[in-house]
Design a protein around this ligand. Structure first.
Ligand SMILES: Nc1ncnc2c1ncn2[C@@H]1O[C@H](COP(=O)(O)OP(=O)(O)O)[C@@H](O)[C@H]1O
Ligand SMILES: [Mg+2]
Length: 212
């Protein structure tokens, strides 16, 4: 008898079991796709399950790749659109201003999570359809990424607390989204701050990544 931790209790075991669940969802999506009326939903479900396993597997990878920011952004926008379509959320227009050839160091699933969390928060804050703007480029000290929206903005009273784990102003929410965003940005030695537009409306999230 071995006295080592049973493999099914390790993170590898968890990843394995959850991957089986994502595979089940993929198979269910394939079945659903046979009904032409459900084809779009099936495709969104399949992509979501694929992303779920990519995020999960990223816990086992510690590679620091050089990533094409535009590709990560495309994937995050598609993720947010799939999600909002599935939950019948507001339609979001995405506007972008990205310096050509911009590359980030890190893990693709991690950066995608950062952007998706910011996009979904923006969508969830909007009363109706709105716009999210993403700009990114090299700055004097490294790379600057800004995600802003034209929603109601963040009340100044709660601005100091929004990155705290479990802080949420909405019912039945985990309040973990921005904490995850901050954790991933800090793992990449960067910082993230939140503010509002000049009129007090429209939330702005600024991510700064220093030069390696
Ligand atoms: N774009 C935004 N516009 C307005 N408020 C926001 C925005 N993003 C985040 N917030 C506020 O920050 C809080 C925390 O966000 P988050 O950590 O993602 O948790 P959750 O989305 O589960 O509430 C939200 O409940 C909301 O009050
Ligand atoms: Mg959130």
């Amino acid at each position: 008898m071995s006295h080592q931790t049973a493999p099914d209790l390790t993170i590898e075991g968890l990843v394995h079991d959850l991957n089986n669940i994502f595979e089940t969802i993929q198979e269910a999506a394939d079945l659903l796709a046979k009904d032409p009326k459900q084809a779009r939903l099936a495709a969104a479900l399949r992509r979501s399950a694929g992303r779920g396993s990519r995020i999960l597997n990223s816990y086992l990878e510690h590679s620091q790749e050089l990533l094409d920011f535009e590709l990560i952004l495309d994937s995050a926008i598609e993720f947010a659109r799939d999600f909002l379509q599935a939950v019948k959320g507001p339609q979001i227009e995405f506007a972008r201003q990205i310096e050509p050839g911009l590359r980030l160091r890190g893990n693709p699933a991690g950066w995608e999570r950062v952007l998706v969390n910011l996009f979904l928060n923006a969508a969830q804050a909007m009363e109706s359809d709105g716009t999210v703007e993403v700009s990114a480029g090299r700055s004097a000290s490294g790379i600057a990424i800004r995600v802003s929206d034209n929603g109601p903005g963040i009340s100044p009273k709660i601005l100091p607390n929004i990155f705290d784990p479990h802080f949420s102003t909405r019912a039945k929410r985990s309040g973990l989204g921005l904490h995850i965003v901050q954790t991933i940005v800090r793992q990449n030695t960067g910082s993230v701050i939140a503010s509002n537009g000049p009129s007090g409306r429209g939330a702005i999230f600024d991510i700064e990544l220093p030069n390696a």
